[in-house]
Design a protein around this ligand. Structure first.
Ligand code: GTP
Ligand code: MG
Length: 384
């Protein structure tokens, strides 16, 4: 596994994971504009993002919102992105964001697909190493369930069983001695929630009801995370995101189907309409994700510096022991952010002049990271 800062999503098929990732990267680029720092994507990621954007554009240009127009992910994919100073030849600060078909969360579905079976251990390993667990929530399912039968179907439709199981695994890993000192953040991100807000071109007045429902329905998942992390704290962030921002839910249709065991079940199908024509995508609050990730890295960096100062006062062998611990998150903090490590790599650079340049860019990068981490949160976002 590459040395990088990791994040993972956990949510059922069609909830909006891939669209969310695309929105996160777009908003990160907006946050960085004019800063001299850019988001660099590796080749495969760039191709993937272009495809996602093309699909989105097509969906938009069709003029009629078809909630099934995006194909759904076929395989796992790790988006590799770097915060990088313009012109810097050294690696920037790398983030790896995991996406996969939501259907893979269900063990029975995995068993039926050879690719899922083969790749799932890799997904789980990524999740276990992640600083952030991002839980997208289909807001419309929560909000439009009215009858007892519909309310009863919510837990299944939102994949509670599987989402909670993964949240437990992630939390358990965060409590292990080797991860305990690392920052950790759980982000609950309601999606498809344009209709309920009045701050992004809509007239909705139901933000409070959405918050209340998410709190209520995800209480047990939050409790699971807290129970599994008795030796540390996990930051919990509530961040309703508009990935489209220019659509409104017109009608929620509840469809009678049968589940895997042939029992009657309800499915939800939202019918959305563009608010304006031609529609323009208005992403909202997706920047929260990069902001929280940068927060993690900055707090890790501060902690590593405190440790280094402490190391200077300990014996040589203790210091060596600590050094050996520096894999994973701490390894990445040291490798990408410590002035010492960057200076070592800089010795490969030919002249004194380029050395000074490289140092200036390293400083610029560290400052950008702090600036993103300190960006005021969108007013929709709350820390729970
Ligand atoms: N109205 C609305 N629709 C959305 C939003 N986000 C995603 N969608 C729609 O939801 C559908 C599913 O989105 P995807 O991003 O493909 O979902 P996914 O979670 O990646 O699905 P899998 O890859 O199958 O796991 C798409 O047709 C999107 O157009 C949103 O914020 N608002
Ligand atoms: Mg997907």
């Amino acid at each position: 596994m590459t040395l990088s800062f990791k994040a993972s999503m956990v949510g059922p098929s069609r909830v909006g994971k891939t669209t969310l990732l695309t929105a996160i990267l777009a908003e990160t680029e907006t946050m960085l504009s004019g800063s001299g720092i850019a988001l660099a994507l590796d080749e495969a990621t760039e191709m993937r993002i272009r495809r996602n954007r093309r699909d989105l554009r097509r969906a938009i240009e069709a003029g009629e919102f078809d909630s099934g127009s995006l194909g759904g992910s076929q395989s796992m994919f790790v988006y590799e992105v770097e915060l990088k100073a313009a012109g810097d030849t050294l690696p920037g600060i790398p983030f790896s964001l995991l996406d996969y078909p939501g259907a893979w969360l269900d063990p029975a579905a995995r068993a039926a697909r050879p690719e899922a079976k083969e790749k799932w251990p890799e997904c789980e390993a990524h999740i276990a190493e992640s600083l952030m667990l991002l839980v997208p929530v289909e807001a419309a399912v929560l909000m439009e369930a009215v009858t007892p039968a519909q309310r009863g179907a919510v837990a299944d439709l939102l994949g509670f069983e599987d989402v909670e199981a993964m949240a437990r695994k992630w939390a358990r890993a965060r409590n292990l001695p080797e991860h305990r000192e690392e920052p950790a953040v759980l982000v609950l991100a309601p999606l498809k929630c344009e209709k309920y807000f009045d701050d992004n071109g809509g007239k909705g007045r139901e933000a409070a009801r959405l918050r209340k429902l998410v709190r209520e329905k995800y209480r047990s998942m939050i409790e699971v995370v807290q129970e599994e992390t008795p030796d540390r704290t996990v930051r919990i962030v509530y961040a309703p995101v508009d990935t489209y921002g220019c659509v409104d839910l017109m009608e929620g249709e509840w469809i009678t189907t049968t589940d895997d065991e042939g029992q009657p079940a309800l499915d939800f199908q939202g019918h959305y309409r563009f608010r304006e024509l031609p529609p323009r995508i208005r992403v909202k609050a997706a920047g929260t994700v990069m902001r929280e990730l940068c927060r993690c890295v900055v707090s890790g960096q501060d902690r590593a510096e405190q440790r280094r100062a402490a190391d200077a006062r300990t014996t040589y062998s203790e210091a060596l022991e600590r050094k050996a611990e520096r894999k994973g998150f701490w390894g990445a903090v040291e490798f990408y952010l410590s002035g010492e490590s960057r200076a070592n790599r800089n010795t490969l650079l030919a002249s004194q002049r380029s050395l000074a340049d490289a140092e200036a860019r390293a400083k610029q990068l560290a400052e950008a990271l702090r600036r993103i981490a300190a960006t005021p949160a969108d007013p929709r976002v709350e820390e729970w």
